[in-house]
Design a protein around this ligand. Structure first.
Ligand code: PLP
Length: 450
């Protein structure tokens, strides 16, 4: 069966974010068949630890039957109903109220999508439309951060600060500008600070605030390398936006719903954005759902006219997705998942530190909640990188995979980062199990260097 599936996969399935040639020639490295908690099983019957919650999204872990039951119950009752033309249904109303109760400030109005990319494209359209309604139609530009990841739809891929995504068949739309990330002093207004012209503030000055609709950033950068901003950075950007009347959008697709130990990433710094984009953890990946949560002032601007906001997806507010999301949020509260994340963060950090103490190439270990990473350098004291062609982070992740642990390597611009982001239901013993494997994988990697 495995051989047959593999052959059919090669022939008929073009995989996302996978080199097509490699996929066509080699087929899938794993064909997953079932999951339970932090573990998944493949078609050969081998068990793996899902150290990444798959794509930072299976936050409640695999095999949560209550989520399956919620989907089944809703499907039996009303699998789908449109929310165009003002039509509504109970799951979407209940979920919107629930989200509004969780988000900070007056982020009280939700627009739904099927995932994170659509959520970010929606936020950009909303920002531009908001300014049109406010009589400032020139406010079109969107500033985002280099190495930030926002998805692959035209707007979100343009905002993504990684050239590989923008250069693909010229997929970067005009009016998206990438700033250098985390330049705290510049954002606070120090014009003499290094790289000022590349900072968000420097770019606003150059482009003119009257031309800028919004800035977008992840509270903690995920796919770009798990980078936490310097203390005060989010507030500095909030102040900068307020100074110029620019909308602040935070992309909570990874950070949202408990990943960092708080409800949302911005809650770590008590900053309230004007819009927040959500996806992944809202359903723990059990069913696709995303959205934009906006402050009331955005909705209020839209209702000043009788015009239609010409935007909406067939699956905006899908009843079954909403029912699963509601159950997912209920479980997060009932089972005190945020407390677990906070408690496990300590174990997670201690284990990361042990790696750094023991393995000479490991450095820059970091974690916020259960969103963590470490880096590999040829000489960590001099910050001398490994030769890019070596694929050092890939090698370590591959050694982990050979030992039945799934992690993720990040090698943008010659960096060698290994991300670790297990399901939020993980316990101490399971974290130790993960790090025992990473320890062995690093030893194997080091032995290969000699
Ligand atoms: N934003 C962030 C921060 C993400 O990590 C991702 C996906 O990894 C997205 C947006 C895109 O979401 P989706 O893949 O659901 O379109």
């Amino acid at each position: 069966n495995v051989q047959k599936l593999s052959e059919l996969d090669k022939k008929h399935f073009l995989h996302p974010l996978t080199p097509p040639k490699m996929q066509y020639e080699q087929g899938p490295p794993i064909i997953v068949s079932e999951g339970n908690g932090i573990y998944i099983k493949d078609e050969n019957g081998d068990t793996y630890i899902d150290g990444m919650s798959m794509l930072w999204n299976v936050n409640l872990g695999h095999g949560q039957e209550e989520l399956a039951e919620a989907a089944k119950e809703q499907m039996k009752k009303l699998a789908f109903s449109s929310s165009f033309n003002g039509y509504s249904h109970e799951p979407v109303v209940r979920l919107s109220e629930k989200i509004a109760s969780l988000t900070p400030g007056d982020l009280n109005v939700v627009f739904y999508t099927s995932g994170g990319s659509e959520a970010n494209d929606t936020a950009f359209k909303l920002a531009r439309y908001y300014w049109k309604c406010k009589g400032q139609p020139n406010r079109n530009k969107v500033i985002s951060l280099k190495r930030g990841y926002h998805g692959v739809a035209v707007g979100s891929t343009s905002a993504t600060g990684m050239p590989e995504f923008n250069n693909l068949v010229s997929s970067k739309a005009p009016d998206y500008i990438h700033a250098e990330p985390h330049l705290l002093e510049c954002e606070r207004g120090d014009k003499n600070a290094e790289h000022y012209d590349k900072s968000v503030r420097g770019i606003i000055e150059k482009e003119g605030a009257e031309n800028i609709a919004a800035i977008i950033l992840e509270p903690i950068m995920g796919a770009g390398g798990v980078f936490t901003p310097p203390e005060g950075y989010l507030q500095a950007l909030r102040d900068l936006c307020d100074e110029h009347g620019i909308l602040m959008i935070t992309d909570e697709v990874i950070c949202g719903f408990g990943r960092t130990g708080k409800k949302f990433g911005v809650d770590n710094w008590n900053v309230v954005p004007d819009m927040m984009t959500i996806a992944k953890g809202i359903t723990s990946g059990y069913i696709p759902l995303g959205g934009v949560v906006m402050r009331e002032k955005i909705r209020d601007a839209l209702i000043q006219t009788d015009d239609v906001f010409f935007h909406g997806f067939t699956y905006s507010g899908h009843p079954t997705s909403c029912a699963v999301a509601l159950k997912n949020l209920e479980i997060i509260e009932r089972d005190n998942i945020l407390d677990n994340v906070k408690n496990m963060e300590q174990v997670f950090k201690a284990e990361l530190q042990k790696l750094e103490d023991k393995h000479p190439h490991v450095t820059k270990t970091r974690a916020m909640g259960l969103l963590g990473a470490f880096e590999l350098y040829a000489d960590r004291d001099k910050e001398e990188p490994f030769a890019p062609e070596m694929g050092a982070a890939f090698q370590v992740v591959d050694e982990c995979f050979k030992r039945n642990l799934i992690l993720r390597f990040i090698d943008w611009e010659g960096s060698n980062i290994v991300a670790v982001a297990p399901p939020l239901i993980i316990n101490k013993q399971e974290i130790e199990e993960i790090f025992k494997i990473i320890d062995e994988a690093l030893t194997a990697f080091e032995n290969n260097l000699n």
